[in-house]
Design a protein around this ligand. Structure first.
Ligand SMILES: Cc1cc2nc3c(=O)[nH]c(=O)nc-3n(C[C@H](O)[C@H](O)[C@H](O)COP(=O)(O)OP(=O)(O)OC[C@H]3O[C@@H](n4cnc5c(N)ncnc54)[C@H](O)[C@@H]3O)c2cc1C
Length: 477
């Protein structure tokens, strides 16, 4: 079959899968007004493969068969393979306006992690099964997601601990026959599961011998009998209170997936009872996935940096020393993330026959992004000011009797129209998302106002400290 088109991908979702959203069973996720927005985002991966501008990045020739396949499902062998995959994810996320399309990448992380682990176990059945599954994914160009996080129940108790309220908080094998294994349990937060073709399941933690039935990995079509999903509600369209924007809204949703005694054929089972290797598989997946995560966070970080620069200009503060300092912090944040993400590819290591990103650089990149993320959001909200949460809505701006007032009083620098300034506030509200963060920042005065007050009020204590050291040094007056 080979590579498929975006349309073929969307048609493939009309397969009788059981998906619930906002209290309704969804007939066809691809044509649903909300879930269809997510499928459109995922379809970007297929559109890139069709587009001559991105084809070289998105598609690669399989050295064995000579067929064109998605680069995501190619087995990385060197730094260049990892770098190209990194560039592909960055570009795809740029096209998704900061959201990664997700049709292949997290699934590919799971696929590669299973592949490496099978080689480390040295089990020829598992090696053959995962190699065959890779070929299927390459030939059918399936959209995949990774189901790793189990619902877990009492976090302090192991999967098999009799103290758990029931034994099904972690996915487990309840039976097996000549066709395959029967699995029961639930996964949570699984992004893209409602509009992917296959769900690739991995264990979510290290296991002990008593947990052997929970040491499971397999792949299963999303429409398999016994699988039910409930999707997180989300906002799929701009509010009428926001300035109209013809760019499509990009968004994903995450599923609670229930596996109600689901039959998984043996040829799709990649781990079944080898409890010592559950942690290895989790580790390998986390490494791959963190590198993917750092790649798709670069466009998001660029949005935050761009928003800070734009709103500082619109507010007329871009030359103020404290603003330059903050923008410099943002540049350091972004460039460190980019450099560490690339370093992870250049300094790759071979593991289980595949090139994997450097573990230290990858984890540093991920830690760096997450650790400073709120600081970055804080800078954007600080420079924007309180209008991020208090600006009049687009509806109010349209009032004939109010527009002149809003235009007059909510302008910043004279070179930028009030409408453009308000549009930027809409965008900042969307990409920083939490009104509360801005309220905390600006309520009772901006952070800079507080710092100036602190400095002014500290005169007495500073004088006392100075006197202390002058006495110690026996400075003569
Ligand atoms: C938007 C979103 C998308 C996601 N997409 C996916 C996806 O596609 N696939 C997937 O598999 N997962 C996905 N995840 C899941 C993500 O990896 C988990 O949220 C993460 O692993 C934390 O698990 P949890 O949410 O169950 O929180 P918990 O595990 O409940 O953690 C809550 C707190 O409890 C602490 N804690 C937990 N267990 C213990 C313990 N034993 N001892 C001490 N402290 C403990 C944690 O440190 C944390 O502070 C997604 C999550 C989000 C939010």
């Amino acid at each position: 079959m080979g590579l498929i088109s975006a349309e073929q991908y969307k048609e493939s979702l009309n397969d009788g899968r059981v998906v619930y959203y906002k209290g309704e069973k969804i007939e066809n996720v691809a044509t649903h007004p909300d879930l269809g927005v997510c499928a459109d985002l995922m379809a970007i991966d297929y559109e890139m493969a069709e587009n001559p501008e991105f084809r070289d990045l998105a598609v690669i020739k399989d050295p064995e068969s000579g067929a064109e396949i998605s680069r995501y499902y190619y087995k990385p062998q060197n730094a260049d393979d990892l770098l190209k995959a990194h560039e592909l994810i960055v570009k795809a996320t740029e096209l998704g306006d900061g959201y990664i399309p997700l049709a292949h990448d997290i699934g590919a992380d799971a696929l590669n992690a299973i592949n490496i682990t099978a080689n480390m176990i040295g089990n020829q059945d598992y090696i053959d099964r995962i190699e065959n599954y890779r070929k299927t994914l390459q030939q059918e160009d399936l959209a995949t997601c990774a189901g790793v996080t189990c619902v877990k129940g009492d976090r302090m108790l192991r999967p098999s601990d009799p103290g758990q309220a029931h034994p099904d908080f972690y996915i487990r094998k309840v039976d097996q026959n000549e066709k395959g294994i029967i699995v029961r349990g639930a996964k949570i937060h699984i992004t893209g599961a409602a509009y992917c073709n296959d769900i690739i399941v991995l264990p979510c933690r290290a296991m002990t011998e008593a947990d052997a039935d929970y040491a499971l990995s397999f792949a299963i079509p999303a429409n398999t009998k016994g699988i039910r999903q409930v999707c997180r509600p989300f906002r799929s369209h701009l509010s009428p209170l926001e300035f109209p924007n013809t760019r499509p809204v990009r968004v994903h949703t995450d599923s609670l997936i229930v596996f109600d005694d689901v039959l998984v054929p043996w040829e799709r089972v990649f781990l079944c009872g080898e409890w010592k290797f559950a942690a290895t598989l989790v580790y390998n997946f986390a490494l791959m996935h963190r590198r993917t995560g750092c790649s798709y966070r670069i466009p998001l970080s660029e949005q935050l940096v761009g928003a800070a620069v734009a709103i500082a200009d619109y507010n007329g503060i871009s030359k103020a020393p404290h603003v330059r300092e903050k923008i410099t912090d943002l540049v350091i944040y972004l460039e460190t993330l980019k450099s560490l993400s690339k370093t992870a590819c250049y300094d790759f290591v071979m593991r289980g026959g595949l090139a994997v990103p450097n573990p230290i650089a990858t984890n540093m990149a991920k830690y760096h992004f997450a650790h400073y993320y709120h600081d970055v959001v804080k800078i954007v909200q600080d420079l924007a000011g309180g209008l991020v949460v208090t600006a009049p809505s687009y509806r109010d701006y349209q009032l004939v009797e109010m527009q002149a007032d809003i235009d007059k009083y909510l302008q910043g620098v004279k070179e930028v129209s009030t409408e453009n300034r308000l549009r930027m506030f809409d965008l900042i509200r969307r990409i920083t998302s939490s009104d509360l963060e801005t309220i905390c920042l600006h309520g009772e005065g901006s952070p800079m106002a507080e710092r100036m007050t602190i400095f002014m009020e500290a005169g007495k204590v500073l004088a006392e400290c100075k006197q202390l050291v002058e006495e110690m040094a026996q400075v003569t007056k």
